[in-house]
Design a binder for this molecule. Structure first.
Ligand SMILES: [Zn+2]
Length: 233
């Protein structure tokens, strides 16, 4: 009965811990999903900004070509050599500027291509990611739904167990459980205590196998019992 009680109490402890942990885990998953979506949104915005910059540069280039053409047309109208040279200089400047704009456009197009590929990749991953994320959240919701009734059931079993066990023994059990982090009853196998993993004296080990008396581990003071791991799996 003590072993059974320990099993029930361990399960109650595990369920209570999960009940506390699961809402945090759910929140974490929801935040992770939001930040994934946010990441895609940022990639989209970046692509928009690049496309906008590209459009602006193309426009600027077209404007410059137009004004260069106009200036060339006016070359025939000039009267003085000085004016003529000034105009040639102006055209040369415009051409220089255009060549640097063209370089910028080439760089922008490369960036647009890269950003577009990255966005496409992320959007491709999105479907699978959301599927996993939502499946995990649903799993948590289901577990949370059933955890209270499960806890209730275990607490009822716990109470039943406690009614059967000798009160003095029960008191000892609770004291040890309190001191040993919820673990009062542990198996011993091959002379090793399952609680503290220390060896117990060979004589005690032989006595344990008779199941006659409640025995304590001389090292950690937990209630110990012999568990035949070879025949019980
Ligand atoms: Zn021990």
């Amino acid at each position: 009965m003590l072993i059974k009680l320990q099993d029930i109490d361990s399960e109650i402890k595990r369920l209570a811990a999960r009940k506390g942990y699961l809402p945090e885990e759910k929140e974490r998953l929801e935040e992770e999903k939001a930040s994934f979506e946010q990441g895609i949104e940022e990639e989209k915005q970046r692509l928009d900004v690049l496309n906008q910059a590209h459009g602006d540069k193309e426009k600027e280039l077209r404007g410059n070509i137009e004004s260069a053409t106009k200036t060339k047309g006016r070359l025939l109208e000039v009267k003085t050599n000085k004016e003529y040279e000034a105009m040639l200089k102006e055209i040369e400047n415009i051409n220089k500027k255009n060549s640097s704009i063209e370089d910028e456009i080439i760089n922008l197009l490369e960036e647009i291509e890269k950003a577009g590929a990255k966005l496409k990749e992320r959007e491709g991953e999105r479907v699978e990611y959301i599927k996993h994320n939502e499946r995990d959240i649903t799993k948590i919701d289901k577990e949370l739904e059933s955890i209270d009734s499960l806890l209730e059931k275990m607490l009822a079993e716990d109470a039943q167990c406690r009614e059967i066990i000798n009160p003095d023994l029960l008191k000892r059990y609770d004291v040890i459980k309190e001191k040993r982090n919820g673990q009062a009853v542990v198996p011993v196998w091959k002379e090793v205590c399952g609680g503290c993993h220390m060896n117990i004296p060979p004589q005690l080990y032989i006595e344990l196998q008779k199941y006659e008396k409640v025995r304590l581990c001389p090292n950690c003071n937990r209630i110990i019992y012999w568990e035949d791991k070879e025949n019980n799996g």
